[in-house]
Design a protein around this ligand. Structure first.
Ligand SMILES: NC(=O)c1ccc[n+]([C@@H]2O[C@H](COP(=O)([O-])OP(=O)(O)OC[C@H]3O[C@@H](n4cnc5c(N)ncnc54)[C@H](OP(=O)(O)O)[C@@H]3O)[C@@H](O)[C@H]2O)c1
Length: 239
């Protein structure tokens, strides 16, 4: 039985939140009253980012079992546990001619973008199951949408990125499977849109504020919110 005041607080963990979209998501959710655990693999950059925002730093490398288990143990000791998990950490991998993509290249991208989400989600589920309103947001990409990538009118149809695109497609199906298997939670997947961050050498036209609109919207849904959906700032994204 939790104390009533703990049920009025929202504890949120964001992976890869020392910069880019994860950092902006942390900033916005703190402004909305969330207690944010800012996950970062680098302690110095993570601690500095958390101090700037008023977040709580947790050292979290999504590719490392021990690191993820340590964060789950730490959060398990906090009053209020965990309500919202945002699986944001991601890497781009090599872009270009698919003939150059080796199994090792693809595995490295999947280790972060796909297995990282499974590793973190599985470790955090026992905590989320104790929340009054458990929510998971997975950050995929329009580059993982078959509908978007096969639409010649979309710029995503002209981006050759075998490892990254296929990893983000896996994230959408992971989301569907988690949502179907865990009907007591709201679990959705997001396309932030092409946003200026280090991931793309700041080539994206959107600001990080625009890029986090869908993440923040789905991180703040109530018990009556959707689950198993793929959304961007404008609404539904085709699978
Ligand atoms: N920017 C876009 O246009 C765009 C579009 C669609 C989807 N996305 C997705 O949005 C998410 C955030 O990307 P971003 O654009 O904000 O890129 P970013 O600025 O490069 O940030 C990526 C974050 O992920 C972290 N990270 C990478 N590997 C990690 C690991 N093994 N463990 C923990 N953290 C790790 C990075 O940490 P370090 O600083 O230590 O490297 C960094 O904090 C990604 O999933 C990306 O695929 C981005």
């Amino acid at each position: 039985m939790r104390d009533w005041y703990l049920d009025r607080m929202t504890n949120t963990l964001i992976t890869g939140a020392n910069k880019g979209l994860g950092y902006e998501t942390a900033r916005r959710l703190i402004a909305l009253g969330h207690t944010v655990y800012l996950g970062a693999r680098d302690p110095e950059r993570g601690q500095a980012a958390a101090e700037r925002l008023g977040a709580r730093f947790v050292q979290l490398d999504v590719t490392n079992d021990a690191s993820v288990a340590a964060v789950a143990a730490l959060l398990g000791e906090q009053p209020g546990g965990l309500d919202v998990l945002i699986n944001n950490a991601g890497i781009a991998g090599t872009i270009g001619d698919p003939r150059a993509a080796t199994a090792a290249d693809v595995r490295a991208v999947y280790e972060t973008n796909v297995f990282g989400i499974v590793r973190v989600t599985q470790a955090m589920l026992p905590l989320l199951e104790r929340s009054q309103n458990p929510v998971i947001v997975n950050v995929a990409s329009g580059l993982g949408s078959f509908g978007v990538v096969l639409d010649p009118n979309r710029m995503e149809s002209r981006v050759p990125a075998l490892a990254y695109c296929s990893s983000k497609s896996a994230v959408t199906m992971l989301t569907v499977q988690y949502a179907k298997g865990l009907p007591g939670m709201r679990i959705n997947v997001v396309d932030p849109g092409y946003t200026a961050t280090d991931l793309n050498h700041h080539s994206g036209p959107q600001t990080v504020e625009q890029g986090t609109d869908a993440i923040v919207r789905l991180a703040t849904i109530g018990k009556d919110g959707p689950s198993g959906t793929f959304q961007d700032a404008a609404g539904t994204v085709p699978w």
